[in-house]
Design a protein around this ligand. Structure first.
Ligand code: GLU
Length: 475
């Protein structure tokens, strides 16, 4: 089995392209096949080197390593040309001296198919006439002569596909400037690269009958085709920038993990046939079969991506998340660099936060109360837990601090101390915990309060409570 991903470097790696690459990669890894990367760079006007770079980077970030390539379509131009001329010699293609515009104009004026006009005009040019035009340097294109009948092929996703050949234009295979056209180049390359399975987007489905006809005309065996349905935005329209980021690189910078992105993309239009959703790369490889690719379009659900990312984050060792968290914190000037330098302490912070966050960005945001000297207070938290009854809140915090400072500074001992105090005071532990949480983190939500206390340490925790009491007394 040899599969390929064949992007045109006319834009960045789009999530749709990434999913196509992933399905091919999964198939190759599942079947012990070869994954070939081919850059289809024949559209000179729209190709950009930076797009090639972005595509290679995006694939590498996703961990979709290719076994061969990158090959470049432009390397095969001579071969494309030779094959087009071979079809001419074999009578399967013809010279067209007319411009495509004049053919279209005549076809629409007469209400006939452009192919009939092209053929009629070509038939009027005798061999002798053609030779003299060529000698005079008149440009011509080569058109493929679509044979009569019907073309059918089996698509792994869509099943049996059947097309009437009369609906297929006599396509140009070599332009009058000598450059090959996509449909010929792709057939020629896939054959030359020994591709056995072509899995690509549904948007190519209309090209496939033309390509099948070309395979047959050239005498090449056809690969197995599979066309993957489109990805839609939440509104049911084709996914575009309006729906949010569509470039894979944007998700990388948002702190989405490659494993989560791969998991998410795999589930866009495919499922493992059971209820599983959170899946590792190995599990995906093991479960993948192209037969289970769905026929209908799938919806790009950002909430689901965030959720999956959260699940993957929680499973990752904190040490592997630390570089991304640090990189983000380093850009914020309020952060106390000395705190973030301590590996063990940072890892325990990430341990606490990763189970509550959905992205590395969120971990960095939630880390702020622990890595900054000055707390930013959330107004709603202050209103709810301090301002409603400042005198009582201050009193509770003071008594809590006193009880805590009398115990050993470990989560278990602190919990025992606080619960003991609550019991003694005849109040629920929550009554003491809420104002304390605002004092320690500035927020109304945080990891478990006893974990927060141990993470911050006694000196810092008690100083924060003291400062909170001062603020609340002044309310
Ligand atoms: N280069 C084509 C594209 O980017 C894909 C060709 C193919 O997969 O056959 O749309």
């Amino acid at each position: 089995m040899r599969v390929r991903f064949a992007p045109s470097p006319t834009g960045y790696l789009h999530v749709g392209g990434a999913r196509t690459a992933l399905f091919n990669w999964l198939l190759a890894r599942k079947e012990g096949g070869t994954f070939v990367l081919r850059i289809e760079d024949t559209d000179q006007a729209r190709n950009r080197d930076e797009h090639v770079e972005a595509i290679l980077h995006g694939l590498s970030w996703l961990g979709l390593d290719w076994d061969e390539g990158p090959l470049y379509q432009s390397e095969g131009v001579k071969r494309h040309e030779q094959e087009a001329f071979r079809l001419l010699e074999e009578g399967k293609a013809y010279r067209d001296f007319a411009t495509p515009e004049s053919i279209r104009a005549e076809a629409s004026a007469r209400g006939v198919h452009p192919s009939s006009v092209a053929r009629e005009r070509a038939a009027l040019v005798t061999e002798k006439e053609a030779a003299s035009r060529i000698a005079a340097g008149k440009p011509y294109a080569l058109r493929f002569r679509v044979p009569p009948g019907e073309t059918s092929f089996t698509d792994v996703v869509h099943g049996d596909m059947r097309f009437a050949n009369e609906d297929v234009d006599d396509l140009v295979i070599l332009r009058s400037d000598g450059t090959p056209v996509y449909n010929l180049a792709v057939v020629s390359d896939d054959h030359a690269h020994g591709i056995s399975h072509v899995i690509r987007g549904d948007d190519h489905l209309s090209n496939t009958p033309k390509q099948v006809l070309l395979y047959r005309a050239l005498g090449y065996p056809e690969p197995v085709f599979g066309h993957v349905p489109l990805i839609l935005g939440a509104d049911g329209k084709r996914l575009s920038k309006r729906h949010g980021a569509t470039a894979v690189g944007d998700y990388e910078s948002q702190g989405i993990l490659p494993d989560a992105m791969v998991n998410f993309l795999a589930l866009l239009g495919w499922n493992p046939g059971d209820e599983r959703e959170v899946m590792s790369r190995d599990e995906l490889v093991e479960a993948f079969t192209p037969e289970r690719i769905l026929k209908k379009s799938s919806v790009f659900d950002l909430e689901k991506l965030a959720w999956l990312n959260g699940r993957h984050l929680a499973q990752r060792p904190s040490s592997t998340l630390l570089p991304g968290v640090r990189e983000r914190l380093a850009k914020r000037k309020e952060v106390d660099a000395a705190r973030t330098a301590d590996d063990a302490w940072m890892e325990s912070l990430v341990d606490l936060l990763k189970v509550r966050a959905r992205t590395v960005d969120e971990i960095a945001d939630q880390a702020m109360p622990y890595v900054c000297d000055t707390l930013a207070f959330d107004e709603a938290a202050v209103a709810k837990h301090w301002r409603k009854d400042p005198a009582r809140s201050a009193d509770y915090m003071e008594r809590t601090a006193a009880a805590l400072s009398a115990t050993e500074w470990s989560a278990a001992a602190l919990e025992e101390g606080l619960r003991g105090l609550a019991e003694e005071m005849g109040v629920g532990a929550g009554k003491l915990i809420h104002p304390l949480r605002v004092a320690l983190t500035g927020q109304s939500a945080s990891p478990g309060i006893f974990d927060v206390l141990t993470l911050l340490g006694s000196a810092r925790s008690l100083a924060r409570v003291e400062e909170a009491v001062r603020l609340v007394r002044a309310m």
